[in-house]
Write a protein that binds this ligand. Structure first.
Ligand code: EPZ
Length: 423
């Protein structure tokens, strides 16, 4: 199994990193291609494993999907009606497979659609009850049959009013996709306004859909007959950008991350400034420079524009080296501090109680053998290993390769002593 070997400490990394397209924008956009009879072209696609898994899922449903690695473009053509069963083996490895529910229902609502119910994951129970009640508000019924969610509606989907009980990113994307061709209009309240959901709304509107904001988290979707051919440039990945800013922060270096809209990580940047890092932004880049005096902070995760739960594991690692006592409240997932025990093996002083982590900054961490459990935990452990004295071995890095393209190459470019070993 491939693992990383990192020799630390790495001091004062320097570099410019070109950020990839956002994985969590590309995945719903690919699911939305099911709504199109005409060709769809995506630019600035991230070359990460999850995108290839979603490609295989779309091909299994009957789409023609071509990825051009050199210019990071993807073309999707639907020449025939899609199959309406989304198999478990494709959903079990990537939860985002649940996103095909909304677009299949939106296009084939009078048919029976079967989508495997995704398993749990290390972050905690990943329920889809809000997704299903959203579909019910359009007149679609659902039932669970042998691990598959069966969704269908006898008549054309009809608009009404729905309020999400809690902000859900893929739940919002799913209901938006299901509402594109409805009869009348649908008012949806308490939707996610994560940049990736806004990217999906922009893509659909530019392709002929009619989605308007009535308030901060309220939209009105008026059904249209069909969508014209789609063409979209995917936004930069804010979590990847933040991850590389933390590499410079934890090693006392400096970095410029490019092809990223700084407004998409506003809270993360204000936290880094509060800790004491020097930040400069342009309209599509962020520059971070470390300085000596660092301050502990108390932070909490929240739906956008709050601190992204996906950014939190990297901050957890960073705060192990900031003098004083810091606190993190995780308000999105029930089990998001998976990096804490691994960082503690390096000597980090972290106490986790339910959804709160208290971190006592320490001067020295020491290299250790670690095992990753999910995408963002992988990067958090890497940050710990960068600042630790000695060699660290990080196993199960396939989790990290799901969401970071050119991970090893980018880290080496910044001066990190890292190598991957197949065994
Ligand atoms: C999306 O997951 C992202 N995944 C996650 O990134 C991200 O961590 C998360 O949003 C939060 O920002 C993709 O976009 C593909 P939620 P999602 O529905 O949509 C509960 C990655 O690997 N909930 O916003 O699944 C849920 O359990 C991942 O990049 C219900 O209870 O997250 C969680 O506690 C990690 N019922 C909270 O809401 C539902 O029907 C927010 O989840 C839906 C959600």
């Amino acid at each position: 199994m491939k693992h990383f070997i990192i020799k630390g400490p790495t001091k004062g990394v320097k570099g410019n990193i070109n950020i990839s397209g956002a994985k969590n924008s590309c995945l719903p956009l690919m699911a939305a291609s099911i709504l199109f009879e005409k060709k769809v072209v995506f630019k600035n696609i991230p070359l990460v494993n999850d995108v290839y898994t979603m490609k295989n899922l779309l091909i299994a449903l009957g789409s023609k999907v071509v990825i051009n690695k050199s210019n990071k473009m993807m073309t999707i053509i639907n020449t025939r009606p899609h199959k309406l069963v989304v198999p478990y083996e494709l959903v079990s490895t990537m939860r985002a497979g649940v996103l095909t529910m909304g677009s299949l229902l939106g296009r084939y609502h009078k048919k029976n659609i079967y989508v495997a119910k995704g398993g749990g994951c290390s972050l905690g129970i990943r329920d889809i009850n809000y997704h299903l009640s959203g579909f019910e508000s359009l007149g679609a019924s659902n039932s669970l049959q042998k691990g598959y969610v069966k969704i269908s509606s006898k008549d054309k989907l009809k608009g009404s009013l729905f309020k999400f009980p809690k902000v859900t990113v893929t739940g919002s994307a799913n209901l938006i996709m299901a509402s594109v061709f409805i009869k009348g209009f649908h008012i949806i309240k308490n939707i996610s306004i994560e940049p990736e959901v806004i990217d999906l709304i922009n893509f659909l509107n530019n392709s002929g859909a009619n989605i308007k904001f009535l308030g901060k988290r309220t939209i009105k979707i008026t059904g249209v007959k069909e969508l014209i051919k789609g063409n979209h440039n995917i936004i930069g990945d804010r979590i990847e950008a933040f991850s590389y800013l933390c590499v410079a922060a934890i090693t006392g270096g400096r970095v410029t991350v490019k092809n990223i809209n700084p407004k998409h990580l506003k809270t993360e940047l204000s936290i880094l400034k509060k800790i004491g890092y020097k930040i400069k932004t342009s309209d599509n880049s962020v520059y971070l420079k470390s300085i000596k005096k660092l301050n502990s902070v108390k932070i909490k995760t929240a739906p956008f524009p709050g601190l992204a739960t996906d950014s939190m594991p990297m901050l957890l690692a960073l705060l192990t080296k900031v003098p004083g006592k810091s606190e993190i409240l995780e308000n999105i997932f029930s089990n998001r501090f998976m990096a804490a025990p691994e960082l503690s093996r390096m000597g980090a002083k972290i106490k986790v109680k339910r959804n709160k982590a208290v971190i006592l900054g320490t001067r020295n961490l020491f290299g250790a053998d670690c095992i990753s459990s999910d995408l963002r935990t992988t990067f958090s452990i890497i940050l710990g290993a960068l600042s630790a004295t000695g060699t660290s071995k990080i196993q199960r890095i396939y989790h990290g390769l799901r969401g970071y393209s050119n991970l090893e190459k980018n880290l080496k470019k910044m001066g990190v002593k890292i190598k991957s070993v197949e065994k």
